[in-house]
Design a binder for this molecule. Structure first.
Ligand SMILES: Nc1ncnc2c1ncn2[C@@H]1O[C@H](COP(=O)(O)OP(=O)(O)O)[C@@H](O)[C@H]1O
Ligand code: SF4
Ligand SMILES: [Mg+2]
Length: 409
């Protein structure tokens, strides 16, 4: 076995200067424990430029409901540079989709949004609806998890792609169709000319997702938001689609926000990684930093729950016990404290800020005890220790044994 997803921080140090900085560049090891090799990797992709395309600042999104205010996104900030791939990872319900829908301007009516979303310096949250619509699908495009919900089943692929062009440009239909064919070619659909006349149901899942990629890039966007783009696909197809995403990003010079619940997908794909928990970023940095110099227990928990590289294939190491907190009634202090093996009284008192970890300038973590992770040889081991020896009836401690109360907290 040559190079693999760095599921364990005990893996060898990445070679200096490598684009992702970790040996994952040639393979993706998915949650299912299957290793899929991708021919094209970040190492082949063009590096990010300095230019900032998107700057999200202190974004908060909440939804008033009958049960109370759902605080889905509680202060998300990040910057996306031209051609950069930023991975956003976190368990289901951590606010990944809601924060990206805010960028797209597709939140349901009633959502309360604060902060700013600067696209090339202009705050999208202050734009008029018409201006917003004009950017959507043209400069900022989205690929959803399930193409069937985004494609119209009764219209041909060619029609739908051409329409995406015509929605933003005054060109003859013939020209729009030519662009559609060019895009199908680019995303690797054989016999593109003929397939323009096909309907979505005539394509396999992977092919439909390629069509969605074609749709996303057809107007040369600056930003592609890919929300769990491969979750519904089998692992081989998943690798091909991810590879294709990297390829098209360079073809149209776009940056990608790659959203996933699977850290294994991020490994060979993202220049930088932002880990979200309970609506907030809890660790962010270059992907190699986040994987190899983990400073937040939740990230360590995610790494530890990836399948073992040296153990049996597909075997999960140690899933994080418990469930994410209610976003209506967040626990006091650090929201991860009910599940964190390192939690103490200070953790339950005050939510930690996202601060520099003291090493790489862009590496930030939100944890009162990140120094303990820095000192640990293998931060994922904290979870193993908690699982094997839960402190009994100790109200001052918080561990997997107290997870039952996580939702009530
Ligand atoms: N329209 C809505 N009304 C109330 N709650 C919502 C709405 N949309 C999303 N949420 C809640 O916001 C939280 C974050 O959701 P989401 O961003 O979709 O999570 P994920 O990280 O899985 O993409 C979840 O708890 C979800 O239930
Ligand atoms: S602040 Fe405390 S509870 Fe939160 S992640 Fe760090 S150690 Fe765990
Ligand atoms: Mg989601």
């Amino acid at each position: 076995m040559s190079s693999l997803t760095p599921a364990s921080p005990a893996a060898p140090e990445p070679p200096p200067g490598s684009p992702v900085g970790n040996p994952a560049a040639e393979a993706v090891l998915t949650e299912a424990g299957e290793e899929v090799h991708t021919a094209r990797t970040l190492a082949d992709a063009r590096p990010p430029a300095e230019e900032e395309i998107l700057a999200v600042r202190d974004l908060t999104v909440s939804f008033p409901t009958d049960d109370g205010l759902v605080r889905a996104v509680r202060g998300v900030s990040y910057t996306l540079r031209a051609r950069e791939v930023l991975g956003i990872v976190g368990e289901s319900g951590s606010g990944k989709s809601v924060s990206s829908m805010a960028v797209m301007g597709l939140l349901p009516r009633g959502a309360r949004v604060e902060g700013s979303i600067l696209y090339r310096g202009r705050d999208l949250l202050t734009l008029r609806p018409r201006e917003r619509r004009s950017l959507r699908g043209r400069k900022i495009a989205m690929i959803f998890q399930d193409p069937m919900t985004s494609l119209n089943p009764v219209r041909s692929i060619g029609d739908q792609l051409a329409e995406a062009v015509l929605a933003h440009r005054l060109v003859p239909r013939r020209q729009a169709l030519a662009r559609a064919r060019e895009m199908l070619d680019l995303v690797g659909i054989p016999q593109a000319e003929r397939r323009l006349g096909s309907y979505p149901h005539e394509f396999s899942g992977g092919m439909r997702q390629r069509v969605m990629i074609a749709m996303a890039i057809i107007n040369d966007p600056d930003v592609i938001i890919a929300d769990e783009p491969t979750t519904a696909l089998d692992v081989t197809v998943q690798a091909q689609i991810l590879e294709k995403l990297l390829e098209v990003k360079d073809a149209v010079n776009a940056a990608i926000l790659l959203i996933t619940h699977d850290l294994g997908v991020i490994a060979g794909m993202a220049h930088r990684t932002l880990v979200m928990y309970a609506g907030k970023p809890v660790e962010v940095g270059r992907t190699d930093e986040v994987f190899y110099r983990t400073r937040m227990p939740y990230t360590a928990g995610l790494l530890g729950s990836l399948p073992s590289l040296d153990g049996a294939r597909g075997e999960r190491l140690r899933p994080i016990g418990g469930t994410p907190p209610s976003l209506i009634n967040l626990p006091a202090g650090c929201p991860f404290s009910p599940r964190c093996p390192l939690a103490d009284a200070a953790c339950r008192e005050r939510e930690p800020d996202l601060v520099p970890d003291g090493g790489d300038a862009g590496h930030l973590a939100a944890c009162h005890h990140s120094d303990r992770l820095a000192a640990a040889e293998d931060p994922t081991a904290f979870f193993a220790a908690a699982a094997s020896a839960p402190p009994a009836n100790d109200p001052a401690s918080n561990d997997t044994a107290s997870n039952d109360t996580a939702e009530e907290a």
